[in-house]
Ligand binder design. Structure first.
Ligand code: C2E
Ligand code: MG
Ligand code: MG
Ligand code: MG
Length: 282
């Protein structure tokens, strides 16, 4: 009886495992095809100054609509792109496309906000990362201070190599932010050693505001620490007004989330930027 059950479990294990492997292969091939055929697009999510309601930044977020696979979320395909190294050419495409868009907005006379682009740790292993960024900035005649690179805490795992690259990037003049802060491998000791400008408080913390006093204490502590270390704080994943109020009250300066705006097509994002009034009444 036991061995029969085991056999069944094994069978099920292999079936699930094989399905997952098949999906992965499909996505991997799909990613190569998507790169070739330019099937990716970027959406842009506004970041606002929580004191004035004005848009101060836009985060570029990749989207993939595949004719065969349908919509595949970054949550599913970015890890595969990282594993296969495809994130390097995809990341170049993202940088190029976002900075090109930024130039179009600038030429249309829209306010010069910050443009945030996500960079995977895997892209730090690309020897050309710094020169790629430099040449994109030159190509679109972009002020380096307007480009913000979002990296995650996992860069601290390979500290020596990361520090060299981060320092080179700072020298160019781009801004650096730590994304999803509080969920990774941050060492508070290292935080002071890295040339970081902004910290994005992960949305798992923001989610619990007004529900969990302990999480609120953590958020307050991150904000205080950030202020002392001269980081700008960004609260991400704001879905409710009460979360905005909490962040304002504790002097978190920037906010981003569905309550403010979901990620938008470049056209819609451009329309928002062209409005004269503060984007959100805060
Ligand atoms: P992230 O950089 O932390 O981006 C924020 C994610 O949270 C986005 O998901 C955004 O749509 C979502 N989000 C924004 N506001 C809210 C909210 O109020 N509630 C909730 N529940 N979610 C919110 P998205 O676009 O699916 O991206 C997921 C992750 O994929 C990103 O997390 C980032 O790590 C990665 N990613 C996206 N685009 C790129 C890219 O161009 N390059 C790289 N390397 N990674 C990217
Ligand atoms: Mg991000
Ligand atoms: Mg994040
Ligand atoms: Mg993330």
């Amino acid at each position: 009886y036991l061995s029969k059950e085991n056999g069944k479990n094994n069978y099920q294990y292999y079936r699930v495992h094989n399905n997952r492997l098949a999906r992965k292969l499909k996505l991997e091939n799909g990613l190569r095809r998507a790169l070739e055929k330019q099937l990716f697009t970027l959406h842009y999510q506004p970041q606002i100054n929580l004191a004035s309601g004005e848009i101060v930044g836009m985060e570029a977020l990749i989207r993939w609509m595949d004719p065969e696979l349908g919509v595949v979320t970054p949550g599913e395909f970015i890890p595969i792109a990282e594993e296969t190294g495809l994130i390097v050419p995809i990341g170049k495409w993202v940088l190029h496309t976002a900075c090109h868009q930024y130039k179009q907005w600038r030429e249309a006379g829209l306010p010069e906000i910050r443009l945030a682009v996500n960079i995977s740790v895997r892209q730090f292993q690309d020897k050309q990362l710094v020169s790629t960024i430099q040449s994109v900035l030159e190509e679109f005649d972009m002020n380096p201070g307007h480009l913000e690179l979002e990296i995650t805490e996992s860069i601290m795992q390979n500290l020596d190599q990361s520090l060299v690259i981060l320092t080179a990037l700072k020298k160019i003049g781009v801004k650096l932010s730590i994304d999803d802060f509080g969920t990774g491998y941050s060492s508070l000791f290292l935080l002071d050693k890295l040339p970081i400008d902004h910290i994005k408080i992960d949305r798992t913390f923001i989610e619990e505001i007004t529900f969990n006093a302990n999480t609120e204490a953590i958020v307050r502590t991150i904000i205080d620490m950030g202020r002392h270390l001269k980081f700008q704080l960004i609260g991400e994943g704001i879905e409710h007004e009460r979360q905005i109020h909490f962040l304002q009250e504790h002097q978190c300066t920037i906010g981003q989330g569905f309550f403010i705006s979901p990620p938008l097509s470049s056209e819609k994002a451009g329309e928002l930027l062209s409005r004269k009034q503060p984007f959100v009444q805060v």
